[in-house]
Structures are given as C-alpha cells and as structure tokens.
Design a protein around this ligand. Sequence first.
Ligand code: NAD
Length: 297
Amino acid sequence: MTEIIDGNAVASEIRSEISGCVETLTEAGVTPGLATVLMSDDPASETYVSMKQQDCEEVGINGIHVEIEPDAPSEELFETIDRLNDDPEVHGILVQLPVPDHVDKRAVIRAIDPAKDVDGFHPENVGRLVAGDARFKPCTPHGVQKLLEAYEIDTEGADAVVVGRSDIVGKPLANLLIQKAPQGNATTTVCHSRTDDLAAKTSTADIVIAAAGVPELIDGSMLKEGATVIDVGVNRVDADTDKGYKLVGDVDYESAKSVAGAITPVPGGVGPMTRAMLLYNTVAAASDHHDIEIELP
Ligand code: NAD
C-alpha cells in the first residue's frame, strides 16, 4: 500500500503547536509580528499574501500588510523595508516575490534585516544554512523535512534526488539533506534543466523531491519501487473546470502512486507545510529577539 503523505494533517499539528508558542510569547509580553509586503498585482501573489495574513490571524501572530503600487519607484519598497526593519513590533518581514522588473530582487533580499528574514533568503542566512548553523530554514525545504520526519522516512544514508536548483527550494533543500543532522545525512544528487537523462537519476533514488515547475515531469516509470516521492511543484494546467484550469504537481500522481512507497498529493502535500513553516520562523524570530524560551515543534 502506498502511503499518502498528508501535508494538511502535519501542518495542522504544527500550527497548533505554534499557537502554543505564540501564547507563551504573548504571556511574556511579546506578540510576534509578521509584515508582508506586496508590490504586484498578480492575482496568485495577492492570494499567497492574503493566505499568509489569514494564517497569522489564526495562530495569534500580529499580521501587518503593506501594499506598494507595482509601478512605484523602487525607493518606496526600500523605504518600507527600512521602516519595518526598525519597527520593534515586526519580527518577520516577507516581501512577496516576484517583484516588478524595475526592482533589483537581490537588493531587496539584502535590504531585509537578516534577523527578520523569515524567508531565509538573505545571503547571511543562506551562508549560515550551508554552514550547518541555520537561523531560518527557508519555508518550503523546512516543510519538506518536517514531512519526512512526521512520516518517519529515514534520510540517513538514503539516495535522494532533488529535481530543481532554485534558490528558494532546490538549493537549500539539497543543502539540508546533506547536513550531518536529523533529516539530513542523505547522499544527494541535484538535477536541473541541463541534466542529461533525468530518469537515470530518479530511478535509483530512495527519495525523489520534485521542484522543477514542470507539470507531471516525473512519472512512475522514472521511479524505483517503494521510493518516497515529495512533489513540491504547483502548476496550473488548462482544464474543463469552473476556473478553466487545475493544479498539478511536477509528478504524474497516478502513475507515481502505483510505484512509490509514499507520496505527497498536490494540493495538500508540501503547500500547507510551506505556510506553516513561515509561522514557525516568525515565532522563532520573536523568541530569539526577546530571548524568550519557547518549545518549537
Ligand atoms: P524555479 O523555476 O525557480 O526553478 C525550477 C528549477 O527546476 C530550475 O532550477 C530548473 O533548472 C529546474 N528544471 C526546470 N525544468 C527541468 C527539467 N525538465 N528537468 C530537470 N530540472 C528542471 O522554480 P521554484 O521556485 O523552485 O519552484 C518549483 C516548483 O515548485 C514550481 O511549480 C513552484 O510553483 C513550486 N513551489 C511550490 C511551493 C509550495 O509551497 N508547494 C513553494 C515554492 C515553489
């Protein structure tokens, strides 16, 4: 029987533990605060940000939202970041990516105070993660690790293949999997758009993590019997639905499910975990800043 890895259930447990952490902090006089900044009128970005704000409200985190017109000068965004960096009520800052073309994305990431960089994208935090001393693990890779932990999928000595080398998913995830640490110690191969013969790599892996943004790139024929398959991909494909599209992962779920030992669905796999880990990082930032001990999940 293939185990279906239920991201909603694991995320819900983590969120309830985070609520407890928020309570502890609040009793100590600190309400964790997360600022989201949106400089885009892309409907998907708007939805992501509003979901993040809703998540904050549910666990008692103080959500602050700032919107900047997409055609505003980039200085407006940098001034906003400076103000949030200085605001003692704000413990985490998330600038929703992508930013418009006239804004230098790397400069935006560098402008955020690393101690408030709950996405974990600032070079200081990337460096710390690579060095095995992570301050904030980026939310999606961290969520994947938590799923593996929850389902007792042993990464120690396992052959893991990460498909995708982005700064937000593939690279940090591969770095976490090779750490000498829990949910690490895997022999990790990173595949990408120039990989020659992807199937040759995935078909020998114990764990395949797909983060390519290519609909149903990986099917059952590319997997080893009993492999764990974590599908990070979220892709809109045309479909005969009310919205005119449906969401699919980077894995062809039906064919992969017939071969895999455990698999995440899309939606309901990694997505809810990413959202939960943002709350985790925000609470961790507040606890660090005020030196208040909490028990994070
Ligand atoms: P990205 O476009 O920045 O990176 C994609 C990576 O995949 C690149 O490194 C590229 O080299 C690689 N790639 C592309 N085509 C490939 C192919 N044919 N074979 C092998 N590798 C290939 O994307 P991203 O931001 O890392 O996101 C990846 C996917 O994950 C997207 O579908 C995105 O929507 C989704 N995502 C989901 C969550 C979540 O919470 N579920 C979070 C972040 C991203």
